[in-house]
Write a protein that binds this ligand. Structure first.
Ligand SMILES: CC(C)(COP(=O)(O)OP(=O)(O)OC[C@H]1O[C@@H](n2cnc3c(N)ncnc32)[C@H](O)[C@@H]1OP(=O)(O)O)[C@@H](O)C(=O)NCCC(=O)NCCS
Length: 134
């Protein structure tokens, strides 16, 4: 297993993982996904096993204080082996930040509880009005 910075050659593997979770936003526009996975202030780390992408984490960071974990996913067949934990730790180490906020899906709260943490109420707001596809 290796943990490497995301590169364009990994985009198909990342989109496959999103598709398997039923997350349509990245697969809907692969060129846009590539841009957001490599945008300024974005840290994306992929887990590779025998050359295949088996997980990735995308984190946004100000580089000094605050990071936000946008996405983390591990292939269903590879879960429970510490890959998700390592992806979050690798992204955090590259971020330069001191702490990470995130929104959790109900079914993943057990994963986040495995880290040192504090809990807050979480919101996703749409200041411009809710879009039809988000
Ligand atoms: C959540 C996810 C990334 C965890 O990846 P993983 O590689 O299986 O996690 P790890 O093996 O590093 O698990 C770390 C710890 O969290 C626990 N854990 C992991 N997933 C869990 C879950 N869904 N519910 C409860 N506990 C969980 C593990 O038991 C482990 O505990 P331990 O250290 O005491 O053994 C993975 O299950 C996944 O991709 N889920 C679907 C996508 C998702 O929900 N992503 C998060 C929301 S964006």
């Amino acid at each position: 297993m290796s943990y490497v910075d995301f590169a364009e050659e990994h985009v198909a593997g990342v989109l496959r993982l999103c598709g398997a979770e039923g997350w349509p936003t990245f697969p809907a526009d692969p060129a846009r996904a590539l841009r957001v996975l490599t945008a300024p202030g974005v840290v994306t780390v992929v887990a590779l096993e025998d050359g295949a992408v088996v997980g990735f984490a995308q984190m946004l960071t100000d580089g000094e204080i605050q990071a936000f974990l946008n996405l983390v996913v591990v292939a269903a067949a590879a879960r429970g082996r510490g890959i998700g934990t390592r992806l979050v730790r690798e992204a955090f180490a590259r971020s330069g930040a001191q702490r990470v906020d995130l929104l959790a899906l109900e079914e993943s709260t057990g994963f986040y509880h495995s880290f040192a943490h504090r809990t807050f109420a979480g919101y996703r707001v749409y200041p411009g009005g809710e879009p039809s596809d988000a």
